[in-house]
Design a protein around this ligand. Structure first.
Ligand code: HEC
Ligand code: HEC
Ligand code: HEC
Ligand code: HEC
Ligand code: HEC
Length: 492
């Protein structure tokens, strides 16, 4: 087009250039206006009335600077209800609604008290009160995800977070909790002025400082469990197309471990801050708390991590021995991040915060809703920005996914119960544990998969097809175990 010897083409070129200049000029002006608007937003959002620092675990001083976020944060103490989610003042016992859970967990603390989750305001109080803590010994590592614990880690480790994290994890729960309260009380800004006095004085549930750098207000991750877990995932060969910064790190020199605070995009951070806690983990007396991600994030990859783990005495890893059968089984806990990772939303770059902390307009300001809760209570802002259908259509689609998952889960539970019946009868009938060993391995697999979906909190929504795949495998393993027992009984 730009042949200089052709005058007509030359004239056309000038016109194109002029048009281009106009477009660029307009775009620049628009961009500047946009930047100016954002600066204004940022400015009015960041007027600091009170200084906050790394030790300010009390959200109230932060609230003086950022009242909108603080007001919404406080609302996590309100009770809400959806068909499969939400929370009430006294959360329902999962054990009463689904009695098969009690048999699944026979011999384990979860068989005595296991409730629905509720809002962030209650996380420390609910942990202080659960019979799993009051009637069974637990480790100080439980605080990792239930308290604003970073200053305590630093204090216990003389400034070294990792050291303090290990030290607190080596204490029993009451001693670790006393350390948490001591840190809060010795810190002038953390003195227990929290509006929600459900939990111990001087200690706080997840707070601003856990997700934000107090100097810049940038998102950041703080929890050692996540920091090590995501670095181990990065070291693995498992493809993670939904986490582009991990893939980018892998293609680099790898001289330093993957560090979310340095390497992750802002959009990834909007999920990583949640993945500090909403994940499968090991938290017990046998070793330091960890996230089992060294092989990948899928259910069988976490299982592989556990299967390949042995303790100092050479014993293969297990959470507890099943009281009815003696099988060495695993307990799953809230693998929201792992299941989200298998779904279409993660694949499309949609973060936890997009649905659970959507933007809202307050006057000229765009703020993130810090009332972290079920998105079904907030469909217009959580979903309709991307799915322009009526609210009833959107909730209808969600309920369809959840109801199907729920129904399949009940079938998997029936299969697991039949398996336990068969194993228990065989054991009572005198069939040796050695002969039953292959069936007990199948029980471990069946239970892990059923529990994985039951413990995840979206009832399949975060990854519908993956949830169904996992339940299908669980049913298969339970029935295989039954067949093994049947063959043994025929041999008798
Ligand atoms: C595309 C939107 C979307 C994304 C992205 C998403 N969620 Fe969800 N989440 C939902 C829906 C819908 C439910 C079901 C809520 C219900 O049943 O009331 C849910 C349920 C939950 C629940 C239980 C809530 C309750 O009230 O019982 C938790 C916890 C949760 N998600 C955490 C996460 C985490 C952590 C991430 C990121 C790793 C994430 N979610 C990503 C939409 C999303
Ligand atoms: C420090 C750990 C921690 C972090 C970080 C965290 N959560 Fe939670 N979350 C919890 C705990 C613990 C509970 C259960 C509290 C209870 O039942 O007492 C919970 C409960 C929830 C619930 C249920 C609320 C309800 O009303 O039933 C949702 C939804 C949720 N979290 C989503 C998120 C999202 C999204 C993020 C990231 C923006 C996030 N959480 C970050 C630990 C955490
Ligand atoms: C890796 C983070 C993490 C660790 C470690 C952790 N929790 Fe939680 N806990 C959560 C999250 C997230 C929820 C909310 C989701 C749910 O209830 O499934 C929760 C929910 C709970 C609840 C309310 C629901 C229920 O299960 O009855 C109790 C009680 C609880 N945890 C106790 C404990 C105890 C005791 C320990 C130590 C053995 C512990 N937690 C360790 C993240 C964690
Ligand atoms: C569980 C993690 C978490 C906690 C706890 C938390 N925030 Fe946030 N906050 C977020 C996320 C996610 C965003 C969105 C940031 C982004 O997209 O860059 C955000 C954004 C903000 C912003 C930027 C403006 C906006 O609304 O998007 C401010 C200011 C803020 N939070 C203040 C607070 C204050 C004050 C507290 C304590 C009362 C708090 N946050 C607690 C996760 C958290
Ligand atoms: C930031 C944009 C965004 C938000 C917010 C969002 N979605 Fe989506 N959603 C997508 C994309 C992208 C897809 C993939 C389909 C596509 O590419 O068109 C999708 C797919 C779905 C599907 C099909 C699921 C499947 O497995 O095939 C459902 C159902 C859905 N979304 C429901 C919701 C609900 C409910 C919410 C709110 C809680 C929500 N979405 C929030 C972007 C979003």
């Amino acid at each position: 087009m730009s042949n200089p010897r052709n005058p007509r083409a030359g004239r056309a070129g000038v016109i194109v250039l002029l048009v281009l200049a106009a477009v660029v000029g307009f775009a620049t002006a628009a961009l500047l206006t946009n930047i100016f608007e954002h600066k204004q937003e940022a400015k009015s959002t960041y007027v600091r009335l009170v200084d906050v620092n790394e030790d300010t675990t009390d959200p109230e001083p932060w609230g003086m600077n950022w009242p909108r976020q603080f007001d919404a944060y406080k609302r996590t103490s309100q009770s809400t209800r959806t068909v499969f989610g939400g929370s009430e003042a006294l959360p329902e016992e999962k054990l009463e609604r689904d009695p098969w859970l009690k048999r699944l967990f026979a011999g384990y603390a979860f068989a005595i008290d296991y409730r629905d989750r509720r809002g962030h305001a209650y996380m420390l109080a609910d942990q202080e009160q659960t019979k799993r803590v009051t009637e069974r010994p637990q480790t100080g590592a439980c605080l990792h995800c239930h308290a604003s614990v970073m200053p305590t880690y630093r204090r216990m480790g003389d400034g070294d977070v990792r050291k303090g994290f290990e030290a607190l994890g080596n204490l029993d729960y009451p001693s670790a909790h006393a350390q948490l309260v001591a840190t809060g009380s010795s810190n002038p800004t953390g003195g227990g002025t929290n509006a929600e006095k459900h939990h111990a004085e001087g200690a706080h549930p997840v707070s601003c400082v856990d997700c934000h750098d107090p100097k810049t207000m940038e998102l950041r991750v703080t929890r050692p469990g996540f920091v090590s877990g995501i670095a181990a995932l990065a070291e693995s060969a498992e493809p993670v197309p939904h986490l582009p910064s991990v893939e980018l790190w892998r293609s680099g020199p790898r001289s330093e471990p993957y560090d979310a605070n340095r390497d992750a995009s802002r959009q990834e951070m909007r999920s990583f801050v949640c993945a500090q806690c909403h994940v499968e983990y090991y938290c017990g007396p046998k070793t330091t708390l960890f996230f089992p991600w060294s092989k990948g994030l899928r259910v069988e990859q976490l299982e592989q991590h556990y299967d390949q783990l042995t303790f100092a005495d050479g014993q293969r890893f297990f959470d507890w021995k099943h009281a009815e059968t003696g099988a060495e089984v695993l307990k799953a806990q809230h693998p929201e991040f792992e299941l989200w990772s298998q779904g279409i939303h993660a694949r499309s770059g949609v973060s936890c915060a997009d649905c659970h902390m959507p933007y809202m307009r307050e006057g000229a300001l765009k703020v993130s809703d810090h009332w972290v809760r079920s998105p079904l209570l907030n469909v217009s802002r959580a979903c309709q920005v991307c799915h322009p259908y009526p609210e009833s259509e959107i909730t209808g689609r969600v309920t369809a996914i959840q109801q199907r998952t729920h129904d399949l889960m009940q079938r998997a539970a029936q299969a697991a119960t039949d398996m336990l019946d068969a194993l228990a009868t065989a054991k009572k009938g005198g069939i040796s544990e050695a002969a039953l060993a292959p069936a007990l391995e199948l029980q471990r697999k069946a239970q892990w998969r059923l529990d994985f979906v039951a413990a995840e909190n979206s009832m399949g929504f975060h990854a519908p097809q993956e949830s169904a795949r996992i339940l299908g495998e669980s049913i298969d393993y339970s029935r295989q175990a039954q067949l093994v027992v049947l063959a043994l009984s025929k041999d008798e």
